[in-house]
Design a protein around this ligand. Structure first.
Ligand code: UFG
Length: 341
């Protein structure tokens, strides 16, 4: 029988890809989502890939009654907690919404986990917790962190701290925080992908939307940074690789006999500049992209990429897909949703 896993925010970008990979690995994922930041059509996309509609618990992750009722009625082996707000700029404008939703949701889920130590827990953390990492480009989980550059970043930073404190109060719990670098791409079937609501903030969806004609041009934020070509460098990871890392994390925790709070970088270990991403997109897809250089964006880290040794050691996981795969899959997805031939 398939082991059940609750996936909060399972209708979102990373959540939906993780639901697919959990199913492929023999788990039974159950999505908890209220679709405030996603579209219900993602369920059809998932069912195109896995052959059936995933189970859905419709609701707010902060609703502790809903969670307790669900746990009473279902035997689950783990919770993967994605449901949270994630736009850096919006978090600066509406910090209280971010602190309330992201921290309240996490606390609600951790209360359930504390009462049911048999349930394992995986948290969506982010490389944003490193802040500007003191001039160090490749970061390990032990790299000294500077302060996050946004309220969103603080919610991830505090999230890890809260999980630590909960673990210190109950050392039997099996917990893991995954620090994602920059997820990009889409499922290779183009049945699911990223669906930003409104104007995208992130690079790849802005590139694909510009190529699709939704924006006149991409503005590259800054071209005189001390990097290979003057533009910022990030560790872009294919979303399907990232989804597989969650399966490995869950496999690890479910087998683990003693309590833990593991913190693991999930990236490729390789940095790419904004210009390199633009060129890769153009070359792979044979599409010309209109872009200009603009002023720097406040709060941007200059250069950061993951040291991925610990992910390999602990989870036997490493990224398999390339930037070429990611820009091709992202463009196929964009073309499909915009009905471009
Ligand atoms: N960029 C542009 N033009 C755009 C959009 C982005 O030049 O229109 C540049 C940015 O300046 C940056 C790079 O592309 O150099 C990547 O930017 P993203 O917004 O795609 O990603 P970030 O690295 O800023 O943010 C990501 C996640 C956050 C997370 C952060 C941690 O989206 O959730 O990494 O560093 F907090």
């Amino acid at each position: 029988m398939r082991k059940k896993v609750l996936v909060t925010g399972g209708a979102g970008y990373i959540g939906s890809h993780t639901v697919v990979e959990l199913f492929n690995a023999g788990y039974q994922p159950i999505i908890l989502d209220d679709f405030r930041n996603s579209d219900e059509s993602v369920l059809d996309g998932i069912s195109q890939i896995i052959g059936s509609k995933p189970e859905l618990l419709r609701g707010d992750v902060c609703d502790t009654n809903l969670l307790s009722k669900f746990i009473k009625e279902n035997e689950i082996c783990g919770i993967i907690h994605f449901a949270a707000y994630k736009a850096v700029g919006e978090s600066v404008e509406k910090p209280l919404n971010y602190y309330q939703n992201n921290l309240e949701g996490l606390v609600a889920v951790l209360k359930v986990v504390s009462m049911h130590p048999e349930i394992t827990f995986v948290f969506s953390s982010s490389c944003t917790v490193y802040g500007e990492p003191f001039g160090q480009k490749e970061v390990t989980e032990k790299t000294e962190r500077s302060i996050p550059t946004s309220p969103y970043g603080y919610t991830k930073w505090l999230g890890e701290q809260i999980i630590n404190d909960v673990f210190n109060s109950n050392a039997d719990l099996r917990l893991m925080s995954l620090r994602y670098f920059n997820p990009i791409g889409a499922h290779e079937s183009a049945a699911i992908g990223e669906l930003p609501i409104g104007k995208p903030n992130n690079l790849l969806p802005f590139i694909t939307q510009t190529a699709a004609g939704l924006h006149d041009q991409l503005t590259i934020f800054g071209n005189d940074y001390p990097t290979i070509d003057g533009t910022c460098v990030r560790d872009y990871i294919h979303v399907v690789d990232l989804a597989e890392a969650h399966v490995k994390a869950l496999d690890f925790l479910v087998k683990e006999s003693k309590g833990c709070h593991e913190v693991v970088n999930i990236g490729t270990g390789k940095g790419s500049s904004v210009l390199e991403m633009v060129r890769a997109f153009e070359q792979v897809n044979q599409v010309k992209l209109n872009y200009e250089f603009g002023p720097k964006r406040a709060g941007d880290v200059i250069e950061i990429y993951a040291n991925v040794d610990y992910a390999k050691e602990l989870l036997a996981w490493q990224a398999n897909k390339t930037i070429t795969d990611a820009v091709r899959d992202a463009w196929n997805w964009e073309k499909l949703i915009r009905s471009i031939e």
